[in-house]
Design a protein around this ligand. Structure first.
Ligand SMILES: NC(=O)C1=CN([C@@H]2O[C@H](COP(=O)(O)OP(=O)(O)OC[C@H]3O[C@@H](n4cnc5c(N)ncnc54)[C@H](OP(=O)(O)O)[C@@H]3O)[C@@H](O)[C@H]2O)C=CC1
Ligand SMILES: CC(=O)N[C@@H](CCC(=O)OP(=O)(O)O)C(=O)O
Length: 352
């Protein structure tokens, strides 16, 4: 029988942690050996998340109480800012030599320490690890992810922007200096701790933009799009909070490069994702919908002609908690450990 890896999930009492537990509980090569929480340490997962009550799971402990000698792989699903020092201590500690980590927070995604300090309001506290970490959008970075010790799992919004835009910038069929990314997210994107602002009566029956011109995912989006384009990319990014639980829909407006049209854009994206298990370009005339990805690791991309000459409209739908976070992290783990990339992630979306 094939050996299983022993996994710790730090922050298992949060939304992305619970989603990791849900998906990994059916992963054929994983044993969930440790689950941690902060305020909820000492409780069972069934107490915190009754929907997971049927699973045989370890009790939630603090990070300090994990038997690290027993752990091979760590998913870190803690608030950004709290993560960098904790991961540094873990990797510098007595068991650091064998641990490999997928970090879901924003702590290791930005390459430039000055950009990090500017957008996150403090100097990074683990600079060497920030430099070492590999950006974990699997579709574009498999070789480096495979050998990484620390993978920075992309942000939910940046994933929905990069999947349509990276192949187009690489192919030079859209211009790099005129991108508008208009994104909508479900309230689970703010995490379970968010409370105020995420209460039903504050999210339902209304929509609002936030972080306008100033959202911390902007530098992550620009960093990765610039890498793809081979030159600096500036993008206008505006997120919106939607009255729904899960899902992100990004609508992207781009200017076509000379000689390109929407058919060319579609052909580039179809070729880029022809062999990808989790990214689909929907047929012309079909609309992408957050309902069509819910609970799955899929991202759907739509390509639409714009009646304004020289422009194209792209849409991308994903589940923020799956391809936007926990599913993406598992996809990275599968690559890091040499497993088949789809293990634990093959479930179809939940509809309606
Ligand atoms: N929600 C989403 O769609 C996405 C989230 N992310 C990122 O993933 C990470 C987790 O997000 P999410 O699951 O939504 O957050 P939640 O607020 O739902 O969960 C946070 C978790 O961290 C624990 N925690 C909080 N503070 C500390 C601390 N000081 N020390 C140890 N543990 C602590 C909480 O424990 P307790 O419950 O006991 O307080 C809980 O388990 C964040 O960095 C987030 O930005 C990334 C992509 C998408
Ligand atoms: C709806 C909502 O509030 N979404 C979050 C993004 C969640 C996420 O992915 O943030 P990380 O960069 O920390 O991973 C926000 O706008 O901050």
């Amino acid at each position: 029988m094939e050996q299983r890896v022993r996994v710790a999930i730090l922050g298992a009492s949060g939304y992305t942690g619970a989603e990791l537990v849900r998906l990994l509980s059916r992963h054929p090569r994983v044993t969930l050996a440790a689950l941690t929480a902060n305020r909820k340490a000492g409780q069972t997962m069934a107490q915190v998340f009754p929907h997971l009550a049927g699973l045989d799971l370890p009790v939630l402990t603090t990070v300090e109480d994990v038997a690290w000698e027993d752990i091979d792989f760590v998913f870190c699903a803690l608030p950004h800012g709290t993560t960098q020092v904790l991961i540094k201590d873990l990797l510098d500690g007595p068991h650091g030599g064998r641990l490999r980590i997928a970090d879901l927070s924003a702590d290791f995604r930005l390459i430039d320490p000055e950009v990090y300090a500017q957008w996150y309001g403090h100097a990074h506290q683990a600079l060497a690890l920030q430099e070492e970490a590999v950006y974990g959008l699997t579709e574009f970075n498999r070789a480096r992810i495979a050998t990484a010790r620390l993978v920075a799992v992309p942000g939910c919004y940046p994933t929905s922007a990069q999947l349509p835009l990276v192949p187009l910038l690489k192919a030079g069929v859209i211009e790099a200096d005129d991108l508008i990314i208009d994104s909508k997210s479900g309230a689970s994107g703010a995490g379970r701790e968010a409370r105020e602002g995420s209460l039903h009566c504050e999210v339902s029956e209304g929509v609002h933009a936030y972080g306008i011109g100033a959202h911390r995912h902007t530098p992550e989006i620009e960093q990765e799009l610039s890498r793809a384009a081979g030159r600096p990319v500036r993008a206008t990014f505006t997120p919106h909070l939607m009255p729904m639980n899960r899902g992100i829909l990004s609508t992207i407006y781009a200017r076509l490069a000379p000689g390109a049209d929407d058919a060319k854009v579609r052909a580039v994206l179809e070729a880029a994702y022809a062999d990808e298990p989790f990214v689909r370009v929907v047929p012309a005339g079909t609309l992408v919908h957050t309902r069509h990805v819910r609970g799955s690791n899929l991202a759907l991309i739509g390509v639409h002609a714009d009646r304004v000459p020289g422009r194209v409209i792209l849409t991308c739908a994903e589940d923020n908690l799956v391809k936007g976070a926990s599913g993406q992290a598992i996809q990275d783990m599968n690559v890091m450990l040499g497993f088949e990339e789809t293990l634990g992630l093959a479930q179809a979306p939940l509809f309606p």
